[in-house]
Ligand binder design. Structure first.
Ligand SMILES: *[C@@H]1O[C@H](CO)[C@@H](O)[C@H](O)[C@H]1NC(C)=O
Ligand SMILES: *[C@@H]1O[C@H](CO)[C@@H](O)[C@H](O)[C@H]1NC(C)=O
Length: 353
C-alpha cells in the first residue's frame, strides 16, 4: 500500500546513513497528505451521485442515467434499500479500479433545507462502543449500525472477497451518505479486520468529537473528506473552538475545492488541508452557508430526485429480492454471474410522506 512506502523510505535512509545516530528514530507514518488522487475523486463522486437514483431496476442493472461515464461497467452485487429509514447502499466491483465499491445515500425524508437546519441541533449523544471519551451522533451512527444496512453491506463485501480475493475496498457517499460511509469504513477496519479500506466522502457533516476523530484517523489511514466552496453541510453540526472536548470535530483529511480568481481567469483548485481535521485555512476560512454548493461536486449533480418523498421504483416481476417484515429490500446476485434482468413492467411505490 502506497502510504506505507514513506515509512519504509525513512527507515531505509536511517540504515544507510548516520542521520539517525544518537537520535530517536521517528518514523513518520502518519503523513496522509499524499493519498488524495484526483482521478479517484472523479470516479467516486459519480458513484455517490448514482446511488441516489430511485429506480431500483435501473440501479441494480447499472443502466440508470447517472450509471454512466467513469463508472461504466460497474458490476453491482447488492443493492440495499432500508425503506424504514429511507437509506440506500450499493455494493459491487469496479473492474477498472480492481476494487470493491460501497456507496451510500442518506435519508431523503425531509426537504434538504429542513435536514440542514436539523443539523444545527444534533447532539453528541452516544459513546462510540469500546472507545472511552469518543462521542458520536446517535442518529448517524444508528443509520449505519442499527438498520438493515450494516449486515447486508458486510455480507456483500464477504461474498465479493470470496470470488475476487482481497481487493481493496473504496467506501464513499455524499452528505449524510458520507456519514454512513465513514462509520462503514471504520467498521470494516476495526470490527471486520479488513486492512485495505479507503474512504472518500463529499460534503459530509461532522459525526463525532475530537476523541472520536483521533480514534478514527488512527484506524482509517486512508480517509479523504472533500468539501466544496461554501457548502454548508461540512460546517455542521457546529465546531466550537473554545469547547475543544465537548464539540464536534472533523477527522482528517479535508480536501477543499474552491475557485481562485486571477484577473479574469477563475479556476478550481483542490487544497489539501492539514492533518488536524479542522484546518482553519480550508472550508473553515469561509462562512459556508450555501446549499447550492452542497448539491454539486466536480460539476456532478448530487441532488437526489426524490428529496422529501422516499419514493422508489421497482419492477417486482423480474428482480429477485428479499423483503423483511418492515418492507426493507435487498437485491443481490452472485459475483461473476451473468445479468438476467430485463426490465419490463415498472411499479411505483410511494413510501413515507
Ligand atoms: C490515481 O489513480 C489512478 C486510477 O487508479 C491511477 O491510474 C493513478 O496512477 C493514480 N495517481 C497517482 C498520482 O497515484
Ligand atoms: C437501535 O435500535 C433500537 C430499536 O429501535 C433502539 O432501542 C436502540 O437504542 C438503538 N441503538 C442505538 C445505538 O441507537
Amino acid at each position: 500500500m502506497e502510504w506505507h512506502g514513506w515509512a519504509k523510505g525513512v527507515a531505509l535512509i536511517c540504515l544507510l546513513g548516520s542521520v539517525c545516530q544518537g537520535r530517536e528514530l521517528t518514523i513518520k507514518n502518519d503523513d496522509d497528505s499524499q493519498i488524495y488522487n484526483h482521478t479517484i475523486a472523479m470516479i467516486l463522486v459519480e458513484y455517490s451521485s448514482a446511488v441516489t437514483e430511485t429506480d431500483l431496476t435501473a440501479l441494480f442493472t447499472w443502466t440508470c442515467s447517472r450509471c454512466n461515464d467513469l463508472t461504466k461497467g460497474f458490476e453491482v452485487i447488492e443493492l440495499i434499500v432500508d425503506v424504514q429509514h429511507c437509506l440506500q447502499a450499493v455494493v459491487g466491483v469496479d473492474h477498472n479500479l480492481d476494487a470493491i465499491i460501497v456507496a451510500f445515500r442518506g435519508t431523503q425524508e425531509n426537504s434538504i433545507q429542513n435536514w440542514v437546519e436539523d443539523l444545527l441541533w444534533k447532539q453528541l449523544d452516544l459513546n462510540y462502543p469500546g472507545m472511552p471519551d469518543a462521542m458520536v451522533h446517535r442518529g448517524f451512527y444508528s443509520a449505519y449500525h442499527n438498520t438493515t444496512i450494516r449486515p447486508a453491506v458486510i455480507s456483500a463485501v464477504e461474498k465479493i472477497r470470496r470470488s475476487y480475493g482481497h481487493i481493496k475496498i473504496m467506501v464513499t457517499g455524499h452528505s449524510m451518505g458520507g456519514a454512513l460511509a465513514s462509520f462503514c469504513a471504520l467498521d470494516l477496519i476495526v470490527n471486520e479486520g479488513i486492512r485495505n479500506v479507503e474512504l472518500m466522502t463529499f460534503g459530509q457533516p461532522r459525526v463525532g468529537n475530537a476523541a472520536f476523530a483521533s480514534f478514527f484517523s488512527k484506524n482509517v489511514k486512508h480517509a479523504i473528506r472533500v468539501t466544496h466552496e461554501q457548502d454548508i453541510v461540512p460546517h455542521l453540526p457546529p465546531y466550537y473552538s473554545y469547547f475543544p472536548k465537548k464539540t464536534y470535530h472533523h477527522f482528517p483529511r479535508e480536501v477543499w475545492l474552491h475557485n481562485i480568481g486571477v484577473g479574469t481567469l477563475v479556476y478550481m483548485t483542490e487544497k489539501i488541508c492539514d492533518g488536524s481535521g479542522e484546518d482553519p485555512s480550508c472550508s473553515r476560512s469561509v462562512k459556508g452557508n450555501s446549499i447550492a454548493d452542497h448539491l454539486e461536486y466536480f460539476g456532478i449533480d448530487m441532488q437526489a430526485d426524490n428529496w422529501g418523498s422516499c419514493r422508489i421504483i421497482m419492477d417486482y416481476s423480474v428482480l429477485q429480492y428479499e423483503m423483511d417484515l418492515s418492507g426493507n429490500i435487498i437485491l443481490s446476485k452472485d459475483p461473476l454471474a451473468p445479468s438476467i434482468v430485463q426490465p419490463t413492467r415498472q411499479q411505483d411505490l410511494f413510501l413515507a410522506n
